[in-house]
Design a protein. Structure first.
Length: 416
């Protein structure tokens, strides 16, 4: 039976749907600007719901604004298999980030239907609300609320730059869409699978079509405030200064050396430095900088993150230093059984695959906390993403959908 469903995946149909979705929020430069809960997002959701209706899928939404299209199983009371991603984009986003996971899921379900397969478990295609965090920060709000990792009240209260809250934007979205039945948050899920473009160049470089995603690299972010003393640039002897900028740069150098030591997988970035009073003839009294630290391996991430305070202390000179940790998202590993399935199916389909971690965050992080989850990557040109030039080959989009189709068919027929 494997391959029979995959064989029905239509490369042309999948491609056409990408181009159709890309019209909602199309930018002059060929990209997409589709902010969460915007009129463009509504138009995209609306089109997806129509496609679903034509296929006999039942649409529903939950209190967090996540959208579901359900293919009923022979055992409707069983927990569903969920598959999808997001429809929102960055302001200068591309045609594939997020959308691909939703459309690959759709194509997979359509192939199942065409193959005459009635899955035991229901299968639901999902479009998570506000994955990007571009209009409403932070991202992945919809999946966080769904997984019970963030309260609905907290999500609803977040405002965009114009002071419009998620609650208000969601109300206008609901008013503009057909009336949909409400699905519950935190309901039991049998499994979650997300297909996505890689957003990095590894698959392309290795000439592999399918990325078997081992896990999602974690991230720790910090704010470091170095406090010295404002003083006269012409009269204060060097030896007596408490120069916060000098201390901050020394600390950054030391942190960089610390993080570079374990090898190329460590991502260490100081992307923001604010100097006060930031005047040419005043010794800086205060320097505040950001740290963004990432590594796919949790023990390494933990060790490096925990060494930051000591390193700052060692390099601070005559200044004082205060460190605040802002984000601590652990690196996670998807269940081996899920990765084995993806590898086996890719092998059966004759698709070259590669094990690789996801360097970017995805909704699968949230779902991993409540259900066996996994991700399938496909190459994107030059690894370019969050960019209007983002590009994926039609044949690669179809290949990922083939693996996904066989995978969800398996998961929806499994008894555990
Ligand atoms: Zn995405």
């Amino acid at each position: 039976m494997t391959r029979e469903i995959a064989a029905r995946i239509s490369e042309a149909r999948l491609w056409d749907r990408h181009m159709a979705m890309a019209r909602h929020g199309a930018t002059a430069a060929g990209g997409v600007n589709r902010q969460a809960l915007s009129p463009e997002d509504v138009a995209a959701q609306s089109e997806l719901i129509q496609w679903g209706a034509a296929l006999g899928l039942v649409a529903a939404t939950d209190p967090a604004g996540n959208l579901f299209l359900r293919l009923e199983g022979t055992q409707p009371e069983e927990a569903p298999v969920l598959t999808g991603s997001h429809l929102d984009s960055q302001p200068t986003g591309g045609k594939f980030d997020g959308v691909y996971g939703v459309l690959a899921a759709f194509e997979a379900v359509e192939s199942l239907v065409e193959a005459g397969v009635r899955p035991r478990r229901p299968i639901e295609i999902v479009a998570w609300m506000n994955e990007e965090g571009s209009r409403f920060a932070p991202g992945m709000m919809g999946s966080e609320a769904f997984a019970g990792l963030r309260s609905l009240d907290e999500v609803m209260a977040v405002q965009d730059a114009d002071g419009i809250s998620v609650a208000e934007a969601l109300a206008s979205t609901r008013a503009a869409l057909p009336r949909l039945p409400e699905a519950a948050l935190r309901r039991p899920i049998a499994a979650y699978v997300e297909a996505h473009i890689e957003q990095a160049p590894l698959l392309e470089r290795e000439a592999k079509t399918i990325g078997v995603v081992t896990g999602i690299q974690g991230k720790r972010t910090f704010r470091v405030e170095v406090v010295g003393q404002d003083s006269h640039a012409g009269t204060t002897p060097l030896a007596e200064r408490k120069d916060a900028l000098l201390a901050a740069t020394a600390i950054v150098q030391r942190l960089h050396a610390l993080c570079a030591a374990p090898g190329p997988q460590v991502m260490f970035t100081v992307g923001r430095l604010v100097v006060e009073p930031n005047a040419p003839s005043v010794v800086a009294g205060r320097a505040t900088f950001s740290i963004d630290l990432r590594h796919p391996d949790q023990p390494t991430l933990e060790r490096l993150g925990d060494a930051i305070a000591v390193t700052c202390e060692d390099a601070r000179g005559p200044c004082s230093v205060r460190i605040t940790e802002l984000v601590n998202a652990a690196s996670l590993e998807f269940p081996a059984a899920m990765r084995d399935r993806i590898r086996r199916i890719a092998g059966d389909l004759g698709l070259p695959w590669l094990n690789l971690p996801s360097l970017a965050g995805h909704d699968a992080r949230q779902l991993h906390s409540i259900a066996p989850s996994g991700m399938i990557f496909i190459p994107c040109r030059g690894g370019v993403s969050h960019n209007e030039a983002e590009w994926a080959e039609p044949s690669h989009l179809a290949a990922g959908a083939r693996v996904l189709a066989e995978l969800i068919a398996e998961l929806a027929s499994s008894v555990e």
